[in-house]
Design a protein around this ligand. Structure first.
Ligand SMILES: [Zn+2]
Length: 192
């Protein structure tokens, strides 16, 4: 999937998970940091690709991209698996614990969850593509949905732009509008 689809998917899944439980009050710093972490999580697995937008936007990102990509075993390998989720989750938690003294008003557990939700959404979305995802590494089988490869979509082609992306946006808008009162109350706490 292209980065834009992953961005929207990460935010939509975050919204769904957040709305599935009673909304608690959080600091504005936590909400903003969690949203950023969620978006980073949404594209993190593609750090294994030197051509990923993340690397392209850095001055010498291409070189970093190649090194990181190789150390992750190439595209759609370690970072696109359950083991990868555990490793990325562990490292992100370490980083957040390290940063916490600098950002004391941020609830790092919530930020960590937002990151992980972004990452999981990435693997789910990539499972709909022809290449599939090696969820169960080291078992070298790429899984996809539907199981028949022919019925899955090709990254960046029409089906992604005109079906998957609009469907995700509709889901996000539906979640937002059907929980509007609750979301309004949640946002209200930042206005006070
Ligand atoms: Zn990917």
């Amino acid at each position: 999937m292209i980065a834009r689809t992953h961005d929207v998917a990460a935010a939509t899944l975050l919204l769904a998970v957040v709305l599935a439980q009673p909304l608690e009050s959080v600091t504005l710093a936590t909400a903003v940091t969690a949203l950023i972490a969620n978006q980073i999580g949404g594209i993190a697995p593609d750090l294994d690709q030197p051509t990923a937008p993340f690397w392209r936007n850095l001055p010498i990102g291409g070189i970093f991209g190649k090194v990181i990509g190789r150390s992750l075993g190439g595209h759609r390998f370690l970072s696109h698996s359950l083991i990868g989720l555990v490793i990325f989750g562990f490292l992100t938690h370490l980083l957040l614990e390290f940063l916490h003294p600098i950002i004391p008003r941020v609830d790092i557990d919530l930020v960590w969850w937002a990151f992980m939700i972004g990452m999981v959404s990435h693997l789910i979305m990539d499972s709909f593509t022809k290449e599939g995802v090696p969820w169960l590494l080291p078992i070298p089988i790429k899984f996809g949905f539907p199981p028949v490869r022919h019925l899955r979509i090709t990254t960046g082609k029409k089906a992604e732009h005109f079906i998957i992306l609009p469907l995700l946006l509709c889901a996000a808008i539906w979640l937002f509008s059907s929980n509007y009162a609750e979301i309004n109350l949640f946002i209200d706490q930042f206005r006070r």
